[in-house]
Design a protein around this ligand. Structure first.
Ligand code: SF4
Length: 65
């Protein structure tokens, strides 16, 4: 699974961080998300899917690798 974020859409709501903190973070000095793991293990899939659904900006894309 590949995870990408369109940083042009990300508005820093942090819903994704709440759903999958192992995969997403918002650094203290940033207003947009940082992807910590762009190829997370399968057991994180549900959390990452939840993050994508919960993103108000629809900035997160998952692609099966
Ligand atoms: S939920 Fe969406 S808009 Fe909010 S920080 Fe995550 S990627 Fe960005």
């Amino acid at each position: 699974m590949r995870v990408t974020v369109d940083l042009g859409k990300c508005l820093g709501y942090a819903n994704c961080v709440a759903d999958a903190p192992e995969v997403f973070e918002i650094p203290d000095d940033a207003m947009v998300v940082r992807v910590l793991q762009d190829d997370p293990p399968a057991e994180m899939r549900k959390a990452v899917e939840a993050a994508a659904l919960d993103c108000p900006a629809r900035a997160i894309t998952l692609v099966d690798s």
